[in-house]
Design a protein around this ligand. Structure first.
Ligand SMILES: CC(C)(COP(=O)(O)OP(=O)(O)OC[C@H]1O[C@@H](n2cnc3c(N)ncnc32)[C@H](O)[C@@H]1OP(=O)(O)O)[C@@H](O)C(=O)NCCC(=O)NCCS
Length: 244
């Protein structure tokens, strides 16, 4: 997967998915610069972070999101306006263009990913794979019976990879549908076995759901696992790095 430097004026074609990689560990000057693009509610949220590095990661993620969206809708990052669904999923309020992209953001460790498409609902999830075994045990409780069994069947040396495949694919799907924590995680199944293609396998009570969603696995950096999910089929994926 090639993460080359992203363009200043990207054009999102129909049936394309763009994923931007952002490094959250930035110097003070860059953090200050990005902070000037945030809205008051985002500054208030940043101020509530207890630890400086969490605060600056939030500022860099939001500021970079505004920078990237601004490139697509050809406006200054601070002029981007968001609306939020009842479960908190942000969307761009209609801008002065004919087609406004759908987007989703995820951050973990020192990386954020921002995924965009013109087509439909989109979700992305990235996880730092050096998280504690305790975190992994907690998350495993939310896997469906089929996923738990598939994980059990994976050889010991591939278990961690299989776990993160499952976690990121499940999270990306619930982020695509936008349900947040209200979504019953054991009511749908994703593939997880290393080497198998990323896929939504089934959704309880929704026959044929698996054929209505496109899913792809990403490796944005060593020790990071990610997945993108979009409603529909046959997307062309393009990956870019924001640089700073
Ligand atoms: C938002 C949620 C869907 C994901 O949060 P997360 O994994 O902690 O964080 P991520 O970095 O991947 O995503 C956060 C971003 O998603 C976006 N977001 C917020 N609410 C969202 C929603 N309902 N749907 C989609 N995206 C949402 C925002 O841009 C947010 O960024 P911000 O925090 O800077 O505002 C949240 O509901 C959640 O915590 N889910 C956890 C479910 C779980 O227990 N999974 C166990 C493993 S299977």
């Amino acid at each position: 997967m090639n993460w080359s430097a992203g363009p200043e004026s990207p054009v999102l074609a129909y049936r394309e998915v763009h994923v931007w990689r952002v490094s959250l560990d930035q110097g003070l000057e860059r953090v200050k610069e990005l902070k000037t693009t945030l809205a008051q509610e985002e500054l208030d949220r940043a101020a509530r972070y207890k630890f400086d590095h969490h605060r600056s990661h939030f500022i860099v993620a939001r500021g970079s999101l505004r920078t990237i969206l601004g490139r697509y809708v050809r406006t200054h990052p601070s002029d981007i306006k968001f609306s939020y669904s009842s479960h908190g999923k942000p969307r761009i309020l209609p801008a002065n263009v004919n087609e406004t992209p759908s987007f989703n953001l995820s951050h973990s460790g020192g990386i954020a990913l921002i995924a965009l498409t013109l087509c439909d609902d989109i979700g992305v999830d990235v996880e730092y794979s050096k998280r504690s075994v305790r975190d992994r045990k907690i998350a495993e409780r939310f896997f469906s019976n089929g996923e738990a069994k598939a994980l059990e069947d994976v050889s010991c040396d591939l278990k961690k990879e299989a776990f993160f495949n499952c976690w990121t694919r499940k999270e990306a799907y619930i982020k695509a549908i936008g349900g947040g924590l209200s979504c019953p995680l054991d009511q749908f199944e994703v593939s997880l076995t290393p080497g198998d293609p990323a896929a939504l396998l089934s959704v309880k009570g929704e026959p044929g759901a698996s054929s209505r969603w496109w899913m792809v696995a990403l490796r944005p950096a060593a020790d990071y696992v990610a997945a993108v999910v979009v409603k529909g089929k046959y997307y062309n994926l393009v990956c870019w790095d924001l640089g700073q």
